[in-house]
Design a protein around this ligand. Structure first.
Ligand code: SF4
Length: 219
């Protein structure tokens, strides 16, 4: 697809998602501007509904504010606070471990580059890109989760197998000025319109620009 049509499609998506609630990460970022909170919330969000993650992140950050405080929180107490999120025991261990490292090795500061972030156990390409985009306002990443991976493949922009490959290919075809907002708008669009199963193609505002690749059933 020509770049002008890619840009047009992105702008249509951005306009369309204004009808819906902000994504979790946009809410956390807007409310705190705190990379540590973005990082912890991102880990808690894995396979958990945004509404639950939102509430639990706030509950946790009402009790702790710094990596030191989270590192010193009793593991049972931490598990009890975050229990509504899925895999809460594993996540409690992960966020406690990360907090300990941040406190002891990083002067309680979340690193502001992907290389250092991905040295922390439990942080991969997606989480590091989210922390940089939403915690540090970086314009150099395209955080790629399942929604950001799925949509451009359905549109026919790219043919990729993994989110990492998708991020790399998207950076080649999307102008840099759009990178920072891609995650926010594609996640909201993917949750409400281009859903994983049976997307709403008949009423979709970008259907004229979409090749509907690998769509088996639609509404
Ligand atoms: S037309 Fe269908 S597959 Fe294409 S973006 Fe819209 S909802 Fe997704």
């Amino acid at each position: 697809m020509e770049q002008k049509n890619i840009v047009k499609t992105i702008n249509l998506i951005k306009e369309e998602v204004k009808k819906y609630n902000n994504s979790l990460m946009t809410n956390v970022s807007n409310s705190s501007k705190d990379p540590f909170k973005v990082l912890i919330s991102c880990i808690l969000s894995l396979r958990t509904r945004d509404e639950t993650t939102d509430v639990i992140t706030e509950k946790l950050f009402n009790k702790i504010k710094t990596p030191k405080q989270l590192a010193n929180l009793n593991i049972k107490k931490l598990q009890e606070i975050i229990k509504p999120v899925n895999y809460y025991k594993t996540k409690a261990k992960t966020i406690k471990g990360i907090s300990q490292l941040l406190y002891t090795k990083y002067n309680s500061k979340v690193p502001n580059n992907r290389e250092e972030l991905q040295k922390l156990k439990g942080i991969g390409p997606k989480t590091s890109a989210i922390v940089l985009t939403y915690g540090f306002s970086s314009k150099m990443e395209i955080p790629t989760d399942v929604h950001v991976h799925r949509l451009p493949n359905r549109l026919g922009w790219i043919t990729t197998k993994t989110p990492e490959e998708t991020e790399s290919k998207l950076k080649k075809i999307i102008p840099n000025e759009y990178w920072q907002d891609i995650n926010d708008s594609f996640v909201t669009f993917g949750k409400n319109i281009c859903t994983p199963i049976s997307p709403f193609c008949s009423t979709c505002v970008i259907k004229n620009y979409c090749k509907q690749v690998n769509i088996r059933s639609k509404r």
